[in-house]
Ligand binder design. Sequence first.
Ligand SMILES: [Zn+2]
Ligand SMILES: [Zn+2]
Length: 727
Amino acid sequence: VDRPLPAPLDYLPPAGHVGAIAAGSRVQVPFGRQQLIGMVVGHAATSSLAADKLKPITSLLDTEPLLDAGLIELLDRAADYYHHPLAELIDAALPRRLREGAPVEALEEYLQLTAAGVAAVAAGEPRRAQRQRAVLTALHAAGGDLPVTELAAQGAGWRAAATQLARHGWLQSHWRTLAPVANPETAAGSVPLAPPPSPAQALAIEAIDAAHGRFDCFVLQGLPGSGKTEVYLRCAAAALARGGAVLVLVPEIGLTPQLVGRFRDRLAVPIAVLHSGLSDAERLTAWREARSGRARIVIGTRSAVFAPVQNMQLLIVDEEHDSSFKQQEGGCPYSARDLAVWRAQQQNAPVVLGSATPSLETLHNADLEKYRLLQLPRREDQAPPPTLALIDLRTQAMRAGLSGAVLQGIERHLGTDGQVLVYLNRRGYAPTFLCTSCGWIAPCGQCDARLTVHQNAGQLRCHYCGHEQALPACCPRCGFAVKPVGQGTERVAETLRELFPQHPLVRLDRDVARSGADVDAVFQAVLSGAARILVGTQMLTKGHHFPGVTLVVVLNADQGLFSTDFRAAERLAQTIVQVAGRAGRAARPGEVLIQTDYPDHPLLQQLLAGGYAAFAASALAEREAASWPPFSKLALLRASSRAPHAALDFLQAARTAAGAPDAVRILGPVAATMARRAGRYHAQLLLESTGRGALHRLLDQWRPLLGELPGARNVRFGLDVDPLDTQ
Ligand SMILES: [Zn+2]
Ligand SMILES: [Zn+2]
């Protein structure tokens, strides 16, 4: 069906079927005039449908369930918690090809010599058809049986030859599942070229390993370069040695070939990798490798939390604070990190949440001793912490957004063989295109947003709806000159190239990544030292440590200081610590310069004085005082409409329908911070409660009513439980 069904439908077993069909099996069912593929999610003794309305299942697609009972239970629990249809979760869990009916196991075609074929080879047949004889000989040499993929090496025409041979009755074809790779047991426990663990690493490894066979949640906190991956690798090796498998979740951008390479180099077992960049066929292959038990390590982004890993004995969530673990566009807005904890509970396995800057939710769970905090201080052979300094923009001469102090710093570091990383959370050339005469600012026609100047592409682009148009040569209102105002990564890169022409510069942001450039090659240019200056957005803050970088510049810290979003400060602190942590090595500590108009801001002062721990402690105290998460639970009902008021009206009706619930505060409805996006008006209603129970009791009753409210048909709406973005 186009959109997931709100609830499972009832069907009778196929005619003549004996016994129950296992939950998790796919079936073909009549739906209106169509035949569709569905999944059995449970059995009922009775149905709300009249007996004569119940239709039988047409056919059963799987001989054993596609998803095991544990995964069905996890999906069911998630559907319940997020108040979303189970079908949406199943959709997220299954590769598209499986939803379309592809077989669970990959089958491969084999050709096999018949007895007549063996006799024919012995008699030197066929005498004239050379190609046919080559195929026969190859089969005979291989013991009479070969997968067709290997026969393809005979060159074009092998298939025609095989068809002729089959006609003679000399061979036959049959389909078989791929032969599993023998378990490389020797490799699982061995750890080649491993640096000896530091005492802190050893303690962490020991604690995690001691939890094998039971649920326990560990928070592994350590700055970039402190050796979290080494802990993952050793714990994974131990789980493999016990015959188990390991699931590793990483943020979307953090899934680099290097990370997978480290696992491959150290743990010589088959690894399946699942991420959004795969083709449908690749995704199916990776899923099958996990399900067949062939892949002992599965590394993937968000939806890999549903990967059918067999005998999972360890789960790892790297960079657990990363917002890409929360599904935010379309589908059920689940948190893969939170589901990973549930899955570990269900599997009786330990789970490790790793980060230099754990989310406040996770730190709070550690405070409550629900999670165990393991800290990795800097190793002695690693760089001492970088020195952080605030650059007061009110006292500085500026050049294209770069202060005098920053430019001097860059010059100093480049002059002494350092590399420089410049971080700016804004891609494009400039955020504003302004008429210097009448004050016209290029707007997006579809959003309450300004268009961003993309000078290289000669375009104005909207970063919200994707609208693009050519850069106008003059003001469309008064005809006067127009100019870009403010800085994006493209402009900062241009300025730095002009100022430091002898130092190669690379830029990394979503525009660069989308242009088809090899992102990994950009990282390699920095790691090899070929590039001396790196300019980029938060893509830089993930997954990579750059030991050659000695100076990190944070250009625009102030965006996060005064946001109405209560999580903005947390994100800013995480970004500064993460980006600062990319710099420095033992012989040469890093230096971090943060440009700000507000050097006295308490957040910046805390970070400077006490690091992330000090920031987190005071941010948690603030959240507690204001009763924000993790000291309360939130759910956000979002709605959007083409007509300006329809979304707000619908949310008002939703608020009324909620009545005056016990222990739940309802805030709004209000227009979203950016109300108009892509021609639709967005608004939201926030539900807040200090008790998860009270909130979910309300949601249970209230969610089913929403579709029946007046105006529900004129709006798109969605419920987000534990929203990350509340603007
Ligand atoms: Zn003008
Ligand atoms: Zn737009």
